[in-house]
Design a binder for this molecule. Sequence first.
Ligand SMILES: O=C(O)C(=O)C[C@]1(C(=O)O)C=C[C@@H](O)C=C1
Length: 104
Amino acid sequence: MSEAGSRNLTPGATVTTQPTTTATPDDQIGEWRVRIDEIDAAIIELWNERSRISGEVGKARRAAGGPRLVLSREQRILERYRRGLGAIGVRVAMLVLESGRGPL
Ligand SMILES: O=C(O)C(=O)C[C@]1(C(=O)O)C=C[C@@H](O)C=C1
């Protein structure tokens, strides 16, 4: 086919045809869901990476005789999520932090 939706039957003659499939709302939803699945995969990967690194930081600090928690740092992280995501950001940040260092 030389163009989408067109067929050359004889040289110089172009007949416009309907697409063989018609896009439906379900097609659009399907496309969006593909992107949502990609985004979720990226979030999960980053979440797990952050958790692992947070655990390493905590381990190194405790091995050096430091505390398990650094609440001033946690406050800054909570505030950053609140600025970035609004009120729900504080809840997200609390789960992000818990995932790395364990429960308070
Ligand atoms: O930044 C640190 O010192 C960490 O231990 C990491 C982290 C975090 O997950 O961001 C975890 C526990 C601390 O209370 C503060 C922050």
